[in-house]
Design a protein. Structure first.
Length: 152
């Protein structure tokens, strides 16, 4: 018997990350969540607005990812913007923390998705774009769109 091949089902994408940063060094990480948070994520109630990864005490933390409180959670209090620990190997944390400290890069969440029933987060190193870079990327996208129209 062959093993099942499952494509990751995307839950949410951080569209602003590609607009504001030049992304490189993508990495899939786990994320520490509570039960009601998982239910809320399954409902798609996630917002990446201004979220980023911070490194403290040899741990990686995802800050300001908004997960809306789950309606049927019961008496458990839920904080939508609480810091969430990311599950990385110690070596990966050291490498990314060093790049952030030395080169002035940021680590931003790019995509949240399911993989074999687990919720995974894709993070990437990002270098902030300047205003002229934004204009250049918009210009390139418009040219590609025009070329596709002419082909069809």
């Amino acid at each position: 018997m062959s093993a099942k091949k499952q494509s990751p089902a995307t839950i949410a994408v951080n569209k602003k990350a590609r607009h504001l940063y030049e992304l490189s060094d993508f990495l899939e990480v786990g994320i520490s969540l509570t039960g009601p948070e998982v239910k809320s994520i399954r409902d798609g109630k996630v917002n990446f607005l201004d979220s980023y990864v911070d490194f403290r005490d040899n741990e990686a933390w995802l800050l300001s990812l908004h997960i809306a409180p789950y309606g049927n959670a019961g008496y458990v209090s839920q904080v939508p913007d609480r810091p969430r620990r990311l599950l990385l190997h110690a070596r990966e944390i050291r490498v990314y923390a060093a790049k952030v400290a030395q080169k002035g890069l940021s680590v931003v969440p790019v995509r949240l998705y399911f993989k074999f029933g687990k919720i995974k987060l894709e993070i990437a190193l990002g270098r902030g774009k300047k205003l002229h870079d934004h204009r250049e990327s918009l210009k390139q996208r418009a040219e590609e769109r025009d070329a596709q129209r002419e082909m069809h």
